[in-house]
Ligand binder design. Structure first.
Ligand code: F0G
Length: 358
């Protein structure tokens, strides 16, 4: 059996890692590619889910953070900083803790999921809540890193994209080829850019491997790329992608054009319905932002864009445990009612409508 060693060591040759390189790793990458027959049946395509919630801190950010922190430590950095909607901050705090340096994280006040907030605190990050949105946080983080000895680890740092592209390498290895379509959530569009780069490198390595059509999705209330303009007050239940001015906007448009790709917008109720569907019919629990890949596929299948039998991979970016509150709500917004009975076998059997053991 092969023991996974994290993306920097697994892809050392392709990421320029040598025996003397600093490697800060928590064993990220090597995530499962899970067949989703329930989605295949619904769409007529052959659908797989790349479950990035299986990374050490529960999101795809770890793939980029191992590279960003390794390079930062190599350069002698003693402190890193990031702006975040929650996952980047959780990952930066964890990798900084492992490296023995400090992390400062700037997040929009009241707009990040509890699980992510607790991760940043648990890992000893200095968490500062900003009265503003993500875009404000990123501007401040950039200014601080320009003017003070703190190293920026947002995806505007190219090391992040370098690490995140390894997910595309894995998919080609797991499928034996690239898929026809790749669906992915979009916030800053760093990950969309990273996958496109990874797939293009794979295509350059092997003549038989194509680059998939890259389909990215934003929440309708924060869809600057789809609308073609900055959104000054972005809103969505998918707080991870509540971003009005994506940092990798231009790179993403290039990637879309190069892959015959597409950007679409999905309304919040469809995001939550997709989250429920993926959890209850595929067995994969993801946070709302991640479920937009599923909602996007259903939307495009409905539009007749996905040919029968097309091979489709959906990246689901973060674990459902990060933001579990949505799972405890019914579609109409009411709380899922708990079932409570006395410690009595017969009563439990009655609730379960079990019969036959008279
Ligand atoms: N999905 C999740 C769960 C995310 O946390 C993010 C981004 C994205 C998708 C979008 O990725 O920005 O590369 O287009 N989260 C960042 C953060 C902004 O701070 O954690 P992107």
């Amino acid at each position: 059996a092969h023991v996974w060693r994290g993306v920097l060591r697994e892809y050392a040759d392709r990421l320029g890692v040598t025996d003397t390189s600093t490697v800060v790793t928590l064993g990220e990458g090597g995530t499962p590619l899970i067949p989703a027959p329930a989605l295949s049946q619904r769409t007529g395509a052959e659908v797989w889910v790349k479950f990035e919630g299986m990374n050490p801190t529960g999101s795809f950010k770890d793939r980029g953070m191992t590279v960003a922190l390794s390079r930062a430590v190599e350069k002698g950095a003693k402190a890193v900083i990031c702006a975040s909607t929650g996952n980047t901050s959780a990952s930066a705090a964890a990798y900084a803790a492992h490296a023995g340096i400090t992390a400062a994280v700037l997040v929009p006040e009241g707009k990040i999921a509890m699980g992510k907030l607790s991760q940043a605190v648990a890992h000893g990050g200095t968490l500062i809540q900003i009265r503003g949105n993500f875009d404000d946080c990123l501007e401040i983080a950039r200014e601080l890193s320009d003017n003070y000895p703190v190293h920026l680890v947002n995806s505007v740092n190219p090391d992040r994209i370098e690490g995140q592209k390894t997910a595309a390498y894995e998919i080609v290895e797991q499928l034996g080829d690239a898929p026809d379509f790749h669906f992915i959530p979009v916030g800053n569009a760093g990950n969309y850019t990273a996958y496109t780069r990874g797939y293009r490198e794979e295509a350059a390595r092997s003549a038989s491997t194509r680059v998939p059509r890259m389909f990215g999705f934003q929440a309708a209330g924060s869809a600057p790329i789809v609308r073609g303009e900055v959104v000054t007050a972005p809103e969505t239940v998918a707080t991870a992608i509540r971003i009005g001015n994506p940092a990798s906007w231009h790179l993403a448009l290039e990637a879309r054009d190069a892959t015959n790709g597409w950007f679409g917008a999905i309304e919040d109720p469809a995001i939550l319905a997709a989250q429920k569907l993926l959890a209850s019919e595929v067995g994969v629990f993801v946070e709302p932002a991640s479920a937009i890949s599923v909602a996007g596929l259903l939307d495009r299948a409905e539009a007749g864009v996905i040919p029968a039998g097309a091979r489709v991979v959906l990246t689901v970016t973060g674990h459902g445990l990060k933001d579990p509150q949505w799972a405890l709500r019914n579609t109409d917004g009411t709380e899922v009612a708990p079932i409570v009975v006395d410690a009595d076998t017969r009563e439990v059997a009655d609730v379960l409508a079990l019969t036959g053991a008279e």
